[in-house]
Design a protein around this ligand. Structure first.
Ligand code: 8YV
Length: 315
């Protein structure tokens, strides 16, 4: 039987490439020299797209595929896909929620602890011989008893709050409405108030257009010179210029960032700062979770082409 044709937007680990190629006739968009002409010449019979959270599937691409039925995202964030264009064409969209929530939450906690305790600089202190030459590493700060503000109490936000509670932190959260969660987790009306009342602010909201720069200069200032901002969601949710200015001026204490405007290009101003911890967009980047994401993405494609309900649809 003829295999269904799909367009693959970007590379996957080998363990995903193999089953994908066994199941489908795969056209590699990212390998093509001139992408639009490749699509126009070769992709008329493509029925599915396999993409990733950080890649763009825009209206032009969607409209150039007359037989497109489904876009399967490897990732929970689907902000790279033009959902309106997909809906207009009746194209289904799926993502890979849940399977990555715990790892992303773990990275948020790891960044908070690393910043609070100076884990990266302490390692350097030992390696460079400073310990012997200059003496003990400077004292850092405790997280126990401090207040964590969780901006966005979705699947990842809940995993994060559970973990932070285990560090004896007070939990505040902000979301569109109060959630049916532990009475110990207190709802706060907006991002500004959340930042004002928190020592560490975690950004875990989806990158919807209405969330663009939700964490703006005012929110960052409200967090203050002793405050820490951790962004494990999307760069667009934070005003990066305002963040850089605040970090440079000491108006914000520190930041842990997994995401950047224009990544993998990173604003060079970050590179010289000692009060930031930078991570290359890898909240879900463990072998176990990436395998689960690949599998769930394929399950969505297979279910669609077998006419079964989609396991994790978003549109
Ligand atoms: C991945 C992500 O980096 O889930 C998301 O939205 O951004 C990440 O899990 C990405 O999708 C993998 O390519």
């Amino acid at each position: 039987m003829q295999k269904v044709e799909i367009l693959q937007i970007g590379p996957y680990p080998e363990w995903d490439e193999e089953p994908l190629n066994a199941l489908f006739e795969v056209h590699r968009y990212f390998g093509a020299e001139e992408r639009q002409s490749f699509v126009d010449r070769r992709c008329g019979t493509v029925r599915g797209i396999a993409t990733r959270g950080e890649y763009v599937v825009d209206r032009t691409l969607i409209e150039s595929l007359p037989n497109l039925e489904i876009i399967a995202v490897y990732g929970v964030g689907f902000d790279g896909v033009d959902i309106d264009a997909a809906r207009e064409r009746g194209v289904r969209v799926t993502n890979t929620p849940d399977v990555l929530s715990r790892d992303v939450a773990d990275l948020g906690v790891a960044m908070m602890l690393a910043l609070a305790r100076g884990v990266v600089e302490a390692d350097d202190w030992v390696r460079t011989g400073n310990w012997k030459e200059k003496g003990p590493f400077p004292f850092k700060s405790t997280v126990s008893g401090k207040t964590a503000g969780v901006l966005g109490l979705g699947r990842i936000g809940k995993e994060l709050a559970k973990r932070l509670e285990a560090f004896d932190m007070k939990i505040l959260y902000s979301a569109r409405s109060p959630k049916n969660v532990s009475p110990e987790w207190k709802f706060v009306e907006n991002a500004f108030e959340l930042a004002r009342r928190s020592d560490v602010l975690f950004v875990v909201i989806p990158a919807h257009p209405e969330n663009r720069h939700l964490v703006d200069g005012a929110v960052i200032s409200a967090l203050g010179p002793q405050g820490t901002l951790i962004n494990i969601s999307r760069a667009a949710n934070v005003d990066e210029d305002a963040l850089l200015d605040a970090l440079e001026a000491g108006a914000l204490g520190s930041a842990g960032l997994d995401v950047f405007e224009g990544e993998p290009d990173v604003n060079p101003r970050f590179r010289t700062m000692s009060n930031v911890l930078l991570h290359p967009h890898g909240g879900s980047a463990t072998v176990e979770t990436r395998m689960a994401m690949g599998q769930l993405m394929r399950e969505n494609l297979i279910a669609h082409f077998e006419g079964r309900p989609l396991p994790t649809p978003v549109a």
